[in-house]
Design a protein around this ligand. Sequence first.
Ligand code: HEC
Length: 68
Amino acid sequence: MNCAACHAIAHVGESPLRIAPPFRTLDERSPVENLAEALSEGIITGHPTMPEFRLDVAQINDFIAYLT
Ligand code: HEC
């Protein structure tokens, strides 16, 4: 709902926003476990087009489970 406007969320295909990494590739950038901390503190990327999101614990667990 919040992410797919920019990130590809399927097993194939480009991201709608080409510079946004497809979610299936996030584990190539860093271990997904490291993302949990970033997501709970409010993930801020180096790219200004991605708004700051702050996920609650249940959302983080769901997201990490989805990635792994
Ligand atoms: C408006 C577009 C946009 C939306 C919406 C968006 N992102 Fe992103 N996201 C980006 C872009 C662009 C990058 C690449 C940033 C970079 O490489 O510096 C990115 C990078 C990321 C990364 C990688 C960060 C890193 O340091 O490697 C994660 C994780 C991520 N987004 C998660 C999410 C999640 C979770 C959501 C939904 C809650 C979301 N994004 C919504 C545009 C977006």
